[in-house]
Design a protein around this ligand. Sequence first.
Ligand code: ZN
Length: 68
Amino acid sequence: MSTFLADFPIKFTCSKCSREFSQLVRDVKAHGQVVCPGCGDTAKLDEAGRKLLSAAEEEIARFARSLR
Ligand SMILES: [Zn+2]
């Protein structure tokens, strides 16, 4: 994975307090989970989360290609 992708933020919505926050692709991949800055709830990346992550990566890759 390129550095560009690793530094891209992904948006999450907390399932407990509905707070919206973003985490870097790098952090999400490294920990396999996201922590809500509002209530501290830890959400593990489930199947849906992994799909979201790969969809986001595709989106980012497309965006990167369009810049050239
Ligand atoms: Zn929360």
